[in-house]
Design a protein around this ligand. Structure first.
Ligand code: X5A
Ligand code: ZN
Length: 664
């Protein structure tokens, strides 16, 4: 199961033929540099190339009016003067004799991609297209867009494959108002968009781009807008909105297919967005969506006008779709004040529709009068000043670090009588441990538990950890007779001189756990039904769920709203995932957890399980090998006391962990 790449040089063959300041950034080179970067990096060779095709009239009519289609059909025969005039009835768009052909190819590419994913020919994919689509409406071109490629693809998927729920994630920096209008009253398509808004002072300056446009009639709750009211948003801001707004709703929605309006004008250096998120953020945004819908994800290019940042961002996205390890994101220090306001408004606007947001709190009353639309005069002043000041084109940032795949993806340390799951490499020999370490381990157990076999297991485990750290192995599965004891040894003896920061995720009960944490070299997050007393340290975080790990609703809420943001801020070099015996965690939840945790520590996850839990070895191995987790279907309504407790915990930890901030 691979990754599809759709590209056709034909879509570079139209351009602006007259002078228009608003349109001059939409150039053929956008597509050329994106594709060339994929070729140069070797990524295109690893993809399955799928030919583009033209969308048919009836496919275009899934979204657009006959009148509009017929009008666009005439553009190839128009004179330059006619084209200019035709263009005038729309906003910020241009026509060219070849754009109709390209627009049909752009929409058709999105449909080819949907076909490839839905028929199982590939797992996921990306379509590099021009013109973009998300601004175009029922009867209008707009914002460089002619046909709404992603909206057409969503209707097509529903019609042809009986897809029940489609999630559209629009990470372009502009509001895809065309997509919003198309599905406003439709509960089968959930549309999420964040966009530069500046209290309606940024194009397309629509009142309905604000957070309070939540959808209409039976579609109420299925339109999510997160307006950015400042420029300069960073990685922390984007990830916070994913963790605290999009992902809880997306998991509750449980889509059958994910479509991404993949605009990269939300990246650093873009003259339109003026944001500061780095290209490697798209690796994480992509990854966070890859365990929804059983991994069925189709990304379709929208905007992106800084050619350097665009090409890097496209590569980061494709490399993630291919399953390469995620880049580490350093220095995530939480969302800025304005971002917290935006995400709090969006959460509160949606809490009546989504049980995972039920405990969101209202933003403090703000003085509405200060949030006015600027007058034309102010606007002009602003642009004049800005011209010299902002200078985004001159912005520099380091190239994203290379993401090297270790030669071995998954290795195992197992008792000799346990068969190794397919695809994993069994570690059977290892060098002898230092005598000092052996005596330390023996001490730890105190009893005679570390006999010959115990030492063998520990030396294999130590070898595994060394190879993870050396990036020779991506992740590992370890079966031991006593997970609690081994966890202690791993944290205190085996990793201490090899790893700077270990994130321990403990699923289920373990009483003595709190004693392992002291100095920040280890962060422990434990999810169980064990009632936690007072907080001892910012590095020991017990999460108590009423029904423990068997309650998937509570569990996923804790993972998305607590564990992910904590993990991003902590930035571990190794993740130790410990499954306590009898934790009760459901298989699909366990796989989701493993999948999501692979976004940390370049994918270096070590899973510790008890020998008598062989039954879940297969699913664990599958998740470690990078197969998408099955969807969490039929989630129960979460217990109100769990939502309450999570919210209180987050409130309390906000001072120490800025990525947990959801209130201002
Ligand atoms: C697809 C896209 C932007 C249009 C900006 C017009 N369109 N000012 O990014
Ligand atoms: Zn855009």
């Amino acid at each position: 199961m691979g990754t599809a790449l759709l590209y056709d040089e034909e879509m570079t063959k139209y351009k602006l033929l007259w002078v228009d300041a608003a349109c001059k950034i939409e150039v053929p080179e956008r597509l050329i540099v994106s594709y060339e970067a994929l070729v140069r990096s070797g990524l295109s060779d690893r993809c399955i190339s799928i030919p583009a095709r033209e969308a048919s009239d009836s496919e275009i009519l899934l979204v657009h009016s006959e009148l509009y289609l017929e009008a666009v059909k005439k553009t190839p025969y128009m004179t330059l003067e006619d084209l200019k005039e035709f263009t005038l009835q729309f906003g910020d768009v241009y026509f060219h004799p070849n754009i109709y052909h390209c627009a049909k190819l752009a929409s058709g590419s999105a449909l080819q991609l949907v076909d490839s994913v839905m028929t199982g020919k590939v797992r996921n994919g990306i379509a590099l297209v021009r013109p973009p689509g998300h601004h175009s409406m029922h009867s209008a071109a707009n914002g460089f867009c002619v046909f709404n490629n992603v909206a057409i693809a969503a209707r097509y998927a529903k019609q042809k494959y009986g897809v029940k729920r489609v999630l559209i994630v629009d990470w372009d920096i502009h509001h895809g108002q065309g997509v919003q209008y198309c599905f406003e009253d439709d509960p089968s398509v959930l549309y999420f968009s964040w966009h530069r808004y500046e209290h309606q002072n940024f194009w397309p300056n629509l009142r309905e781009s604000d957070y309070d446009s939540v959808g209409k009639e039976s579609g109420a709750g299925f339109n999510i807008n997160v307006p950015w009211n400042n420029v300069g948003m960073e990685n922390s801001d984007y990830l916070s909105v994913f963790c605290h707004v999009l992902l809880p709703v997306a998991y509750e929605f449980c889509p059958d297919l994910v479509l991404v309006c993949a605009g990269f004008d939300s990246a650093i250096g873009d003259p339109e967005g003026e944001m500061c998120a780095t290209p490697d953020i798209f690796a994480h945004l992509t990854h966070l969506l890859m365990n929804l819908a059983g991994g069925k994800l189709c990304a379709v290019l929208e905007g992106g006008y800084n050619l350097t940042s665009l090409a890097q961002s496209v590569c980061q996205t494709v490399q993630t779709l291919l399953g390469d390890p995620l880049p580490q994101l350093a220095n995530l220090r939480g969302p800025c004040k304005s971002a917290v306001e935006s995400l709090q408004c969006a959460r509160s606007a949606h809490r009546r529709y989504w049980s995972f947001l039920k405990h969101a709190t209202d933003p403090p009353m703000t003085d509405i009068s200060t949030k006015h639309i600027k007058s034309a005069m102010e606007e002009e002043e602003k642009t004049e000043m800005a011209e010299e000041e902002r200078c985004t084109e001159g912005k520099v940032w380091p190239e994203p670090p290379e993401r090297l795949c270790p030669p071995v993806c998954s290795a195992s340390v197992l008792p000799d009588d346990v068969a190794c799951p397919d695809g994993l490499k069994r570690l059977s020999s290892s060098k002898d441990l230092e005598p000092l370490l052996v005596s330390k381990l023996k001490n730890r157990f105190r009893t005679a538990a570390v006999d010959g076999d115990g030492v063998t297991t520990f030396s294999r485990l130590y070898t595994l950890i060394e190879k993870l750290v050396a990036n020779e192995i991506r992740n590992g599965l370890v079966l031991v007779p006593d997970v609690a004891a081994v966890m202690m040894c791993v944290v205190q003896d085996l990793t201490s001189d090899l790893v700077k920061r270990v994130l321990v995720v403990c699923v289920g009960k373990e009483k003595e756990l709190d004693y392992v944490t002291t100095d920040g070299k280890v962060l422990v997050v434990q999810i169980s039904s064990e009632d936690s007393e007072e907080q001892r340290s910012k590095y020991y975080i017990p999460v108590c769920l009423k029904k423990g790990c068997s309650d998937t609703s509570g569990f996923i809420q804790a993972v998305l709203g607590l564990l992910l943001p904590l993990g991003y801020e902590y930035n571990p070099d190794l993740v130790l995932l410990v499954r306590m015996p009898g934790s009760g965690v459901v298989d699909s939840m366990w796989q989701q957890l493993i999948g999501l945790l692979q976004g940390f520590a370049k994918g270096h996850t070590l899973v510790l399980m008890q020998v008598n839990e062989k039954a879940c070895m297969g699913s664990t191995a599958s998740a470690l090998l990078g197969h998408p987790a099955p969807p969490l279907q039929d989630l129960q309504t979460p217990f109100p006391e769990d939502g309450d407790a999570l919210e209180r915990l987050r409130e309390r930890l906000q001072a120490d962990w800025k990525m947990l901030q959801t209130t201002s």
